[in-house]
Design a binder for this molecule. Structure first.
Ligand SMILES: Nc1nc2c(ncn2[C@@H]2O[C@H](COP(=O)(O)OP(=O)(O)O)[C@@H](O)[C@H]2O)c(=O)[nH]1
Ligand SMILES: [Mg+2]
Length: 248
């Protein structure tokens, strides 16, 4: 429990055998449910998780690879079923610092926001940590996400470290969300369509021994295609006005 609210952390994982145990072990004890969604990994991720003893751990598996977005949605549904109040997404490759978790949770548990996202670009010294091609790509996609989502002050659109109120998630049509990379961008547009409130908080950028599954092709063609789709859906919904983002 965190400030009397039940917290679920969803961990999407695809071929993360090397880092999954580290990622899951670092999750703080006040988290009520850890929901790992193993998306048809073939490298022993599932076996590594079976060795990990934790009464709060739930491991779900997709028999076929459906993508990181689809895995997060499976986790959201489980968090709702478990009656959690807040559903957080943390990567399975230990790139998200659990010390940042309270900062992400606070606006949701205090009723100030429905969805809080991490913002690595505001972290002091990010330019020394995040690879330059990532920084450039992130700035370009953030600019496009401002237009497509309707949240004009959004920063670090590619950050997947988020906390959502399950009340909001229960109201959303989770089936429309893009199932692969590009999910965080699409989620912002859907939040705008639902009239949800967004907050963003600085989180530490971490780059270590993990390998990203995002190809250049996905970043240059895939995510922009998702953004055009999000924009079309938002315009058709009539939510054309920009919306304020609460920033700490
Ligand atoms: N369930 C699931 N998780 C995935 C898939 N692709 C990536 N992930 C997970 O999503 C998280 C972020 O993916 P990653 O490739 O590291 O993206 P990056 O950190 O933004 O470069 C990691 O925990 C991955 O294991 C997928 O197809 N299915
Ligand atoms: Mg990663």
């Amino acid at each position: 429990m965190f400030e009397d609210k039940r917290i679920a952390v969803i961990v999407p994982a695809h071929n993360e055998r090397r880092l999954i145990t580290q990622a899951v072990s670092c999750i703080p004890a006040y988290v009520d449910h850890i929901i790992v969604v193993d998306d048809a990994s073939t490298d022993g991720t599932r076996e590594a998780l079976l060795q990990h003893q934790d009464a709060n751990l739930v491991v779900l598996r997709h028999e076929n690879n459906r993508g990181v977005g689809a895995a997060v949605v499976t986790g959201y549904r489980e968090a709702i079923r478990l009656r959690a109040n807040v559903a957080v997404v943390m990567a399975g490759d230990a790139q998200m610092d659990p010390k940042d978790l309270p900062r992400l949770l606070e606006p949701v548990v205090r009723g100030e926001a429905d969805y809080v996202k991490g913002d690595r670009l505001s972290w002091p010294g990010v330019h020394r940590v995040m690879p330059w091609e990532r920084l450039i790509g992130n700035h370009v996609l953030t600019w496009a996400t401002k237009l497509c989502s309707g949240f004009f002050e959004v920063r670090d659109s590619q950050c997947g470290y988020t906390a959502a109120s399950t009340q909001l998630l229960s109201m959303m049509d989770l089936n429309v969300l893009y199932p692969r990379y590009g999910f965080p961008n699409d989620m912002l547009a859907e939040l705008r369509i639902c009239g949800g409130r967004l907050a963003q908080v600085p989180v530490r950028p971490i780059y270590g021994m993990e390998q990203s599954g995002i190809s250049l092709r996905t970043a240059v063609f895939g995510v922009p295609k998702v953004l055009v789709r999000s924009l079309a859906r938002r315009v058709l919904s009539g939510r054309v006005h920009p919306r304020f983002v609460r920033t700490k």
